[in-house]
Ligand binder design. Structure first.
Ligand SMILES: NC(=O)c1ccc[n+]([C@@H]2O[C@H](COP(=O)([O-])OP(=O)(O)OC[C@H]3O[C@@H](n4cnc5c(N)ncnc54)[C@H](OP(=O)(O)O)[C@@H]3O)[C@@H](O)[C@H]2O)c1
Length: 343
């Protein structure tokens, strides 16, 4: 069967531009297929999602965006429209997270993405595009964090696992996956109004941010946690390292509370604590495929809809502000549509 997709001459995207006076602005624009970067596969995007890194890219953060104009969106799921690679055919359902998508190369906040075949993952059986992007980079990162803990030999009977930034994308999906695997989860949140939601997705204990913030010089605090998933960095990460039980493991992936980590070697040499660094962008392909199999199968989060809200390209300025101020709950799916510019 020949698969054909309507190929409009232009299509909407969320474009970030920098002017001569170095001012950065972002808005919905129409772009063309010719403007897309080179790549083997053209994907018609069904969904992208909003991640913290996308918010930084939308503001032209130099740590993310290397060239202007730029289209953010570090993940997407959709259907192959054209392919010069023997690995993919028009009509295939696919997804991408990470690599250089939405960073060095135009990303998923557009109706179409063009990318190298090596970046593309075939949609795992049991997931559709909406579910895949409800996980998105956040769920993929949460799965890597949980994998790091499990690979360190930590089992539920060892004690509670603390998750910071628990209502955020990575945090909330980490809570749900850990709960599914039988871990007792302590969720750290700054959102008093979201305690019930956190319990619904699997948290057993709810802590305030102040509960994992210790400003003293004490090298080791009482051992509370068998493991930790930290999405915030800074002092909370330093405090958690000092609060680990013997042979605990901390999976660290984020920096919303700050990139600094002031610590000592005591947690490592007196308690045998391990610190596992998590990077999702360059995760090697075999592990990448393994994560998606877990997310679609044994680790599948049952009520994924409870994590998802939807936004169009027109809604992005407001959503970017919300995520940068720490006010997003769960995941924001991005539909590549715009009221002002039609496909
Ligand atoms: N290493 C990787 O490959 C990788 C991949 C994905 C994400 N990340 C990083 O992981 C972090 C989380 O990403 P995300 O997409 O889940 O972001 P997100 O949805 O914005 O979640 C972050 C959460 O952190 C909490 N928070 C915000 N500001 C805080 C502060 N100043 N102090 C303490 N907690 C604060 C908030 O949750 P509460 O209100 O519940 O506390 C917020 O919802 C980001 O730093 C992101 O760059 C890294």
């Amino acid at each position: 069967m020949v698969f054909t997709l309507p190929m409009a001459e232009s299509f909407p995207c969320y474009m970030v531009r920098r002017n001569e006076t170095e001012n950065v602005s972002a808005r919905v624009e129409a772009t063309t297929f010719d403007a897309l970067p080179a790549g083997h596969v053209l994907i018609r995007v069904a969904y992208s999602s909003l991640n913290y890194k996308d918010a930084l890219a939308s503001q032209g953060h130099p740590g993310v965006v290397r060239q202007f104009p730029h289209v953010p969106g570090i993940d997407c799921a959709g259907i192959v429209a054209e392919s010069s690679s023997s690995d993919f055919r028009p009509g295939d359902e696919v997804l991408i997270t990470g690599y250089d998508l939405g960073a060095g190369q135009w990303g998923g906040f557009a109706a179409y993405v063009r990318a190298p075949a090596e970046w593309i993952v075939r949609m795992p059986s049991g997931l559709n595009a909406r579910e895949a992007m409800t996980y998105g980079t956040a769920g993929f990162t949460a799965a890597q964090c949980v994998t790091a803990i499990v690979e360190r030999g930590i089992e539920p009977q060892r004690g509670p696992v603390v998750v910071t930034g628990a209502t955020g994308g990575v945090g909330s999906l980490a809570v749900a996956i850990l709960a599914k695997l039988g871990f007792e989860v302590a969720a750290v949140t700054g959102k008093a109004e979201r305690h019930d939601w956190l319990r619904q997705i699997g948290a057993k204990q709810i802590l305030s941010r102040a509960d994992v913030l210790d400003e003293s010089d004490t090298p080791l605090l009482a051992g509370r946690w068998a493991a930790a998933i930290d999405t915030v960095g800074g002092n909370p990460l330093a405090t958690i390292l000092r609060s680990m039980k013997y042979r605990g493991c901390v999976a660290a992936c984020g920096l919303v509370a700050g990139p600094e980590l002031v610590t000592s070697v005591y947690p490592f040499i007196l308690r045998g604590v391990s610190l596992a660094g998590i990077d999702s962008a360059k995760c090697p392909r075999p592990q990448r495929l393994e994560m998606w199999l877990k997310l679609a199968g044994l680790w599948r989060v049952e009520n994924l809809d409870a994590f998802a809200s939807e936004a169009t390209l027109d809604d992005l300025p407001k959503c970017v502000e919300q995520i940068l101020s720490g006010n997003v709950v769960g995941r924001t799916l991005v539909l590549p549509t715009s009221e002002s510019i039609s496909r």
